[in-house]
Design a protein around this ligand. Structure first.
Ligand SMILES: NC(=O)c1ccc[n+]([C@@H]2O[C@H](COP(=O)([O-])OP(=O)(O)OC[C@H]3O[C@@H](n4cnc5c(N)ncnc54)[C@H](OP(=O)(O)O)[C@@H]3O)[C@@H](O)[C@H]2O)c1
Length: 271
């Protein structure tokens, strides 16, 4: 799959400093894409830059600043990129958070909803003019199995669990992308979920973890043993970008859609 060339393609990838994002960035850089990597943590950006450049010495990487929890940060990034008026061939919504319930963003919105749904929607809408400048633009959404079976069932933010809040935010974003896709048929809207993978998502990354430390001490080594490594788990994202048709979801094709080679299904079938 990585034999395909993305030379000359400008691709924006969020969450590149995370476990799946790093592997996705590495694969894209090795295919020759020019990467725009909006991140919020400069130290992680430096580490990632070194990693990418040692693996792909001529990698074309540009780091930008973005805090997905804060809409003003989205607006600044969009303003900066739109002022440059360069075509954007693809944007990959990979940043995501799973944290405690009850946290509010600077705009006062529930944290999962802000980071996983409202901010990426705003970013997409603001960058539509750049996507439409590209010859065959694509928007890739990294979603989660939980979006298909674990939503909050209409509970208020006060009573929903972190898992329900996470799942509901992921599902909300899918609905937003589906409705945007209807208005923009020239843009290929594709979707991917990685199955399950032991990543910073479960340990909380720089957030408060949704699980307690004792549980994670047992669960994480087991997850690492049982579930695919990030390098394999991110294959669905790459598959969606490279081969997905509009409206298709790339998911692991094996047992419970957690393991296995990527397969395509219509997103509608899972909603
Ligand atoms: N791991 C799984 O089993 C699994 C399953 C289904 C779906 N997913 C999805 O896969 C995607 C990647 O997650 P992952 O598993 O690789 O988790 P991860 O290692 O925690 O990576 C999450 C990424 O999102 C970034 N991010 C979080 N909040 C942000 C904010 N406020 N502003 C800017 N960036 C922010 C993180 O930045 P920092 O590095 O600065 O923290 C990090 O780069 C997510 O969309 C997740 O929902 C994962």
């Amino acid at each position: 799959m990585h034999q395909q060339s993305l030379a000359g393609k400008r691709i924006l990838l969020t969450g590149a400093t995370g476990s799946l994002g790093r592997k996705t960035a590495l694969a894209l850089a090795s295919m020759g894409a020019a990467l725009l990597l909006p991140v919020r943590n400069p130290a992680k950006a430096t580490a990632l830059e070194m990693e990418l450049q040692s693996a792909v010495p001529d990698a074309d990487i540009r780091f930008l600043t973005l805090d997905m929890a804060d809409e003003s940060s989205i607006l600044s990034l969009a303003e900066q990129l739109c002022a440059e008026n360069q075509p954007l061939d693809a944007m990959i919504h990979n940043a995501g958070v799973f944290t405690k319930a009850g946290l509010a963003s600077p705009q006062g919105t529930e944290w999962h909803q802000q980071v996983n749904a409202l901010s990426p929607l705003l970013l997409t809408r603001k960058l539509l003019p750049l996507l439409t400048l590209a010859e065959a633009p694509a928007v890739v959404t990294v979603t989660s199995l939980s979006a298909f079976w674990l939503t909050d069932g209409g509970k208020s933010c006060n009573s929903a669990s972190p898992t329900q809040l996470y799942a509901a935010s992921k599902r909300q974003f899918l609905h937003e992308m589906q409705s945007l896709a209807q208005c923009h048929p020239a843009i290929r809207f594709v979707y991917a979920h990685p199955g399950v993978c032991a990543t910073g998502l479960f340990t909380g990354g720089t957030h408060q973890t949704a699980y307690n430390a004792g549980f994670l001490k047992i669960a994480l080594p087991l997850m690492k043993l049982l579930f695919p490594a990030p390098k394999n788990a991110c294959r669905t994202t790459l598959q969606a970008l490279l081969h997905g048709k509009s409206g298709q979801l790339a998911e692991p094709g094996g047992l419970f859609h957690i393991w296995g080679k990527p397969n395509f299904v219509p997103l509608e079938k899972r909603m």
